[in-house]
Design a protein around this ligand. Structure first.
Ligand code: AHG
Ligand code: MN
Ligand code: MN
Length: 334
């Protein structure tokens, strides 16, 4: 690419307005955290970063060493601007306690999943980091202050540690993607104004859960599998990386639809609303796609806890609308 713009210049030129100065400062910290996490992931077994710990997170999932390392890197970096009044991490039970000194001036809340798809780490497959920024109602936020609708997000993004390290971001004015140049340790704009293709023949879902799904999801997938011979009259392809960041990135680049529905064994779904579903829904909508629980736009769901789970169907707008319509048929039949 000829003279791509670096992320710092891009942000200072494109993120202005009410939150401009603060966002530039906080994003600088988030970007520096993601660069450090990329180094820890790259080092892998050489640095003893692989493997599981004896501990579990609040959600009963066994923590990988890199889950905890990434969480610590993120918290440390995000404290630097002094603008964050409260943080929520997948890996920490309650909102992360900030030093009194730091939160006196904090005006924002930061939600994050430090390492998404962490079961991929040991097998050297892509993982990511997801984050979301909200305005804090005050600088000593209570639990209830965190439980805002996704529509209130002022910024969301992810880092993808894949064949290249990328940083993808929205502040509510489209989606832009940056690639890390390992020689200069700088992100450069390589994917301006990312848009999700209006048509697709590719879906992503963990098929092993088929027997646990509800009827609308089974119907949608059955029709995809019938291909040319069925109602859809076209063949579909399938992918499942088991890292939401990698799936959503693929959808931004070449289209598709991603699903992690609720089912009879996980009644609320698997993915977390505040630091997985909401930031990714904001990005997907900003790229011209849609995101639903099947019954409701994800961004309009009121969280009932910082680690609340939710069914997620997102990506190509037409496909997401079809899935939502199948849920409507079912609720009318009841
Ligand atoms: P995390 O590693 O942060 O817990 O998230 C993993 C999530 C998500 O990224 C992915 O889509 C899904 O879990 C994979 O789940 P399965 O292993 O059930 O396929
Ligand atoms: Mn995750
Ligand atoms: Mn995670």
């Amino acid at each position: 690419m000829k003279n791509p713009i670096n992320i710092t210049e891009f942000l200072s030129q494109h993120i202005q307005g009410e939150h401009g100065v603060a966002l530039n400062a906080m994003l600088g910290d988030v970007i520096s955290a993601c660069k450090k996490i990329a180094v820890a992931i790259d080092a892998g077994a050489l640095a003893g970063n692989m493997g599981s710990l004896a501990s579990e997170n609040v959600q009963g999932e066994v923590q990988k060493a890199l889950d905890v390392i990434s969480n610590d890197i993120f918290v440390e970096a995000a404290l630097q601007s002094g603008l964050v009044a409260g943080m929520v991490s997948e890996e920490v039970d309650a909102p992360v306690a900030l030093a009194e000194k730091t939160r006196q001036h904090g005006q924002y809340l930061l939600m994050f999943d430090p390492l998404d798809g962490s079961s991929n780490v040991n097998v050297n497959i892509s993982v990511g980091t997801i984050f979301s920024i909200l305005k804090s109602p005050n600088n000593q936020p209570e639990l209830a202050d965190f439980l805002q609708l996704g529509t209130e997000q002022i910024c969301a993004g992810y880092a993808l540690y894949g064949t290249s390290t990328m940083f993808v971001l929205t502040t509510g004015n489209g989606v832009n993607g940056f690639t890390l140049d390992v020689k200069t340790n700088e992100f450069y704009l390589t994917h301006p104004n990312m848009r999700i293709a209006a048509e697709t023949q590719e879906f992503a879902i963990n098929m092993s859960n088929y027997r646990f799904w509800n009827e609308p999801i089974q119907r949608y997938i059955d029709e995809c599998l019938q291909g040319e011979e069925g109602d859809r009259k076209k063949d579909f392809n399938m992918r499942w990386v088991a890292s939401m960041v990698a799936e959503v990135h693929r959808i931004l680049v070449r289209g598709g639809v991603f699903m992690y529905p609720s089912d009879s064994k996980s009644k609320s779904g698997k993915l977390r609303l505040m630091y997985e579903a909401n930031p990714m829904s904001f990005i997907v909508e900003q790229a011209g796609g849609a995101a639903t629980t099947g019954l409701q736009r994800i961004l309009e769901v009121k969280p009932n806890g910082i680690h609340a789970r939710i069914p997620v169907m997102m990506g190509c707008k037409k496909e997401v609308e079809r899935i939502a319509a199948y849920h409507q048929v079912k609720s009318k039949r009841k």
